[in-house]
Design a protein around this ligand. Sequence first.
Ligand code: IPE
Ligand code: IPE
Ligand code: MG
Length: 238
Amino acid sequence: MPDSQEHSPPQHVAIIMDGNGRWAEARGRSRSEGHLAGAEPVRTILKAAHRQKVRYLTLYAFSTENWARSKEEVENLFSLLVRYLDSETAELLTSGVRLRGVGDTGRLPEATRAALAQAEELTAGNTELTLSLALSYGSRAELTQAARNLAQEAQKGLIDPSAVTEEDFARRLWTGILPEVDLLIRTGGDQRISNFLLWHLAYAELYFTDTLWPDFGEEDFLLALNDFQGRRRRFGRA
Ligand code: IPE
Ligand code: IPE
Ligand code: MG
């Protein structure tokens, strides 16, 4: 990537939206109420990203590890997602946003899969901003299935194992159509990746903030973009 990129906005922003549970706990409310409060910043940040000419916004909404949470919390999260899709799809459609679900989406409840498929289909022709929702997503599972696919294709004689390139591998990821992440934001105070986008984060700039996701607003997002634009990305060069 040329140095001239230094002051331009990030093309691909990924966000680990963390802290809903703590936000709710601090108010004596249930974790699910925290998730409900977390829907508002999704709307705000999507609009802000659009205005800032971000082309890809990828949001970590549910990890493969999150399946270990209580049945109640998981069910509430997915019904919230269905409500979000029902209420937002029309606006996504008119505002040029393409929505996609990425992850082991076959594991999602039927109603969630149906709502997702409908939103994906309706917005498939939009090209201004691609909003990817990482759902039942885990990088290790994703990398493993890509390796499995390649091995099966090699076994069938469809590909030559010694000629497999990075691009061939990337194409087999659930997130295959996404470019590299330029900026990763994690809210909620923890400084870790939690099995998110390991492949695409190889040269991402990392930005951590203590702000809990339900409190994360446009100003916080602009601060992160501003911080990114002040950084010098070297990509290994001297
Ligand atoms: C992030 O908030 C949302 C999901 C993981 C679904 P958390 O639910 O992890 O909130 P904390 O980290 O417990 O505060
Ligand atoms: C990461 O948050 C997953 C999502 C935001 C969907 P977690 O709360 O699950 O991550 P850990 O457990 O703190 O690493
Ligand atoms: Mg958390």
